[in-house]
Write a protein that binds this ligand. Structure first.
Ligand SMILES: [Zn+2]
Length: 405
């Protein structure tokens, strides 16, 4: 992508949303635009980041056999009345009457429509285990807070498992838990796993994946030891039961939540299957990850004075190319990198903007590495790659293309 073609809707700090670092950087780097209280538009770079996060999640869901679907975000009240949650979500749900006078809502979550989709289709033990997931928008009429952290429209991955026994549910729950650990490791976010209170969803067990961050609206005590992911809501606990390290209290951002729902939804929604001795209730689990919320969580944990520091898996571009002058050989090499590594991977700062501005913008956007083409290239024929953390490497062109193209 040539910088001159890239649409970057940068804005000055917006007083209503930029009270936190993640919102300030997301707005200033042109990742998002503030469309209204609690609503954001994603720019081309923002959409790339969002898609990259979704792709990591999708890859790990597919790997454990979950199948992707897309359910309506516009729903009738009936299924919500049946589960008893129409009233429960009152105030938080965008509910309205359609032109026929029927109550409708915008999706806050999808347990009900998912159960509706599989009812009568899952009829025997042989149809299970079944795990379905989707990635897309949810709507909650929450008080907008802390920029991108609490918004009225947000993107989630929500998965649901349908099982024939508690033991079968335990197995899927464990697989999901492992997949979540791999996802969060790959996304480069620091997090802890906290035993949560399952009562809000009416289930039997649940765990939250929480990212320590000052601006988070949750609180936890967690183990700061590297690779230990223990977290707890029991603030009397002082030492980590897994490694002995002293626990640290912190605000946190909820990134994911996994639930054993049991028959909480299959009871009211009549989700049954046939056995030799008659009908039995399907046992459900539900598993969410905040896709759009991952963006402010990552920015809160990964930024410096210059801007955002994206992990490679998430970054909107893997490389910036910055020619230091208009020398013919330099421009030829810049064009070659752009074409061979690929316009979707490279942000090419061509044109006559000041070099300092090009460097500053690349760092602000959070591109993990810059290829700097100047005297080193002209004199030694080597490509200088400067990483976002300050590290530096030099490559022969052939070696460079083997690594990046
Ligand atoms: Zn520990």
């Amino acid at each position: 992508m040539r910088r001159s073609n890239l649409f970057v809707p940068t804005s000055k700090e917006d007083e209503s949303t930029a009270q936190v670092r993640s919102a300030e950087l997301a707005l200033r780097s042109g990742l998002v635009d503030h469309a209204g209280a609690g609503i954001f538009s994603y720019s081309p770079t923002g959409k790339r980041v969002l898609d990259n996060i979704a792709d990591v999640v999708r890859e790990h869901m597919d790997a454990i056999g979950a199948q992707e679907v897309s359910l309506p975000k516009l729903q009738y009240a009936e299924i919500w009345r049946k589960s008893g949650r129409w009233a429960e979500f009152e105030g938080e749900m965008f509910a309205f009457e359609n032109r026929e006078g029927k109550d409708m809502c915008l999706a806050t979550t999808h347990e009900e429509p998912m159960a509706d989709l599989v009812r009568e289709r899952v009829r025997s033990k042989n149809n299970m285990p079944l795990a379905l997931y989707q990635i897309g928008g949810k709507f909650r009429d929450d008080h907008p807070r802390n920029g991108l952290l609490r918004t009225k429209e947000f993107s989630m991955k929500d998965a649901y498992s349908f099982n024939s026994s508690e033991e079968a549910l335990d197995e899927v729950y464990q697989e999901m838990r492992e997949a979540y650990i791999e996802i969060f490791e790959k996304l480069g976010v620091d997090y802890a796993i906290v035993d949560a209170d399952p009562s809000s969803m009416g289930g039997t067990a649940s765990e939250e994946f929480q990212a320590p961050a000052d601006v988070g609206s949750d609180e936890m005590a967690y183990c700061p030891a590297e690779d230990c992911r223990f977290g707890t809501l029991d603030f009397d606990e002082t030492d980590c039961p897994e490694c002995g390290e002293t626990l640290v209290e912190s605000n946190s951002i909820e990134l994911g939540h996994i639930f054993k729902l049991g028959t909480r939804y299959s009871d009211p929604l009549d989700l049954t299957f046939d056995t030799e001795s008659g009908e039995e209730k399907v046992i459900m689990g539900s598993y969410g990850i905040g896709i759009s919320r991952m963006i402010p969580a990552l920015i809160e944990q990964r930024n410096d004075d210059d801007g955002i520091i994206w992990p490679e898996e998430v970054a909107p571009f893997s490389l910036s190319v910055v020619p230091l002058n208009e020398n013919e050989e330099i421009i030829e090499m810049a064009e070659e990198i752009h074409d061979r590594v690929g316009p979707s991977e490279v942000l090419y700062f061509e044109g006559d903007t000041a070099i300092g501005e090009k460097f500053a913008e690349s760092d602000l956007i959070g591109v993990p590495a810059k290829v700097i083409l100047g005297n080193t290239f002209l004199e030694d024929g080597e490509l200088e790659v400067e990483f976002r953390d300050g590290g530096r490497e030099f490559y022969e062109p052939s070696e460079f293309f083997e690594t990046y193209a």
